[in-house]
Design a protein around this ligand. Structure first.
Ligand SMILES: Cc1cc2nc3c(=O)[nH]c(=O)nc-3n(C[C@H](O)[C@H](O)[C@H](O)COP(=O)(O)OP(=O)(O)OC[C@H]3O[C@@H](n4cnc5c(N)ncnc54)[C@H](O)[C@@H]3O)c2cc1C
Length: 290
């Protein structure tokens, strides 16, 4: 049951409300259906829409995207062309006009396609107000940082966490921005398999950053969506790619290794069996383009 919606005008006020127990609403495209459809305990929402966290800043190769930047804003930012296939695979134009980057990090799989891409891009998130699930979020490297200037609002220490760790956290304070380095041209790959073009959740989403030198793969960071209850960092796939030529035989072997990392569910879009069957095909299409 929705009891109150706060719309703070700045970040510190939003952080205080979150600390007091209010639930963050970005675009509301996931929060509102869950409040309306499934009932809920008394819930206060804190909307971030006036908190000043929208915008894209690109400094050299470092990209900072404010948490309330909408997916449509990303789509229309020419300097973020590499993310076009990602945002265009998500929902539909009316949903993308509302949906935010911050919200996409926390929607349950098989949604969260941008989060999959951000994991492959080794993105980091700046979190304000502390992590409610530190065990999940602090497994890996985390540090206090002042973060990139401009988009974060306010002063004081922020916790910097990899998006990979964050997507496994149940709740995570207030994400102010995500930051990543633009990959070398041609090294970022993305493909989402879905039942239909619009408003269809992932069957399998593959995002990868692959570097090659001397005819072999020298670096691979592969993330998968739709195949588990969280974004999967496909380490077995990465290991099977590195040191080998990026060809059909290598990708087939990598897909075989990757099957062990999948724990897909049956849902209205596809069975777990089907998701396992299409994974090798879509890994090949994502990495080789055919
Ligand atoms: C018809 C339809 C189709 C969809 N299709 C897709 C799809 O194809 N792919 C896909 O990825 N998603 C899809 N979605 C899910 C959703 O629209 C997107 O994932 C969207 O990016 C969520 O963003 P939001 O701002 O609306 O999140 P909200 O609903 O506002 O919030 C989602 C969650 O994130 C938390 N949150 C929001 N902002 C922050 C923040 N700054 N810091 C910390 N926590 C925060 C909220 O508390 C909540 O738990 C679809 C939704 C609908 C309704």
């Amino acid at each position: 049951m929705l009891t109150e919606v706060h719309v703070p005008e700045d970040v510190p006020a939003a952080v205080s409300l979150v600390a007091a127990g209010a639930t963050i609403i970005g675009g509301g495209t996931s929060v509102m259906p869950s409040l309306n459809d499934y009932g809920s305990p008394p819930t206060e929402l804190v909307s971030l829409r006036r908190a000043g966290l929208a915008g894209v800043n690109i400094d050299g190769t470092t990209v900072t995207i404010g948490a309330t930047t909408t997916l449509s804003q990303i789509e229309h930012e020419p300097r973020l062309e590499i993310l076009n296939p990602v945002v265009r695979s998500i929902a539909s134009v009316p949903v993308r006009n509302l949906a935010t980057v911050g919200g996409n990090l926390f929607v349950p799989q098989p949604h969260g396609d941008l989060a999959v891409a951000l994991v492959a891009l080794n993105a980091r998130a700046f979190v304000l107000g502390g992590l409610d699930d530190p065990a999940a979020a602090l497994d890996g490297p985390a540090s206090a940082s002042n973060g990139p200037a401009g988009l974060l609002g306010g002063d004081g220490a922020r916790t910097e966490v990899s998006v990979e760790e964050l997507t496994g956290a149940r709740t995570a304070g207030l994400v102010a921005a995500v930051v990543f380095e633009l990959p070398a041209p041609g090294s970022f790959k993305y493909l989402k398999a879905a039942r239909r073009r619009y408003n269809s959740a992932s069957l399998v989403t593959v995002a990868a950053t692959i570097t090659e030198s001397g005819g072999v793969v020298t670096g691979a960071r592969v993330a998968l969506g739709g195949v588990s209850n969280r974004v999967v960092r496909a380490r077995a796939v990465e290991e099977a790619l590195i040191g080998r030529p990026l060809d059909a035989a290598t990708v087939q072997a990598a897909a075989r290794a990757g099957l062990a990392e999948l724990s897909p569910a049956d849902d209205a879009y596809a069975s777990a069996w089907y998701r396992r069957r299409v994974f090798p095909v879509h890994l090949r299409r994502a990495l080789l383009g055919h």
